[in-house]
Design a protein around this ligand. Sequence first.
Ligand code: NAG
Ligand code: NAG
Length: 89
Amino acid sequence: MKGWSLPTAAAVVAATIFFSLSTMALPAASAIVEHTFVVSQMNMTHLCKETLVTVVNGQVPGPTIEVTEGDSVIIHVVNKSPHNITIHW
Ligand SMILES: *[C@@H]1O[C@H](CO)[C@@H](O)[C@H](O)[C@H]1NC(C)=O
Ligand SMILES: *[C@@H]1O[C@H](CO)[C@@H](O)[C@H](O)[C@H]1NC(C)=O
């Protein structure tokens, strides 16, 4: 057997072009999603009672992180609360 027949080579080229086009047609490739979380304490009223609450960017629950599979996530955490903290996802 010597090399590929012409129809086989043409099929390979066609498949390669199809694959390249379908790859290009995919939505944006992986992105870098970056956020800054400022952790602090706020007095909040809950059921008529004022409580000291640990918040992220002034809100509870903290901000939503929206990503697509394959994205990279970078979160800068600035701890302005008087306590040592850990953040969990
Ligand atoms: C929360 O309220 C208390 C009592 O009024 C006050 O001493 C404290 O400074 C307040 N803390 C914050 C983070 O606002
Ligand atoms: C926070 O952690 C550091 C290092 O372990 C410790 O020295 C410090 O006392 C802690 N601060 C508080 C407020 O717990």
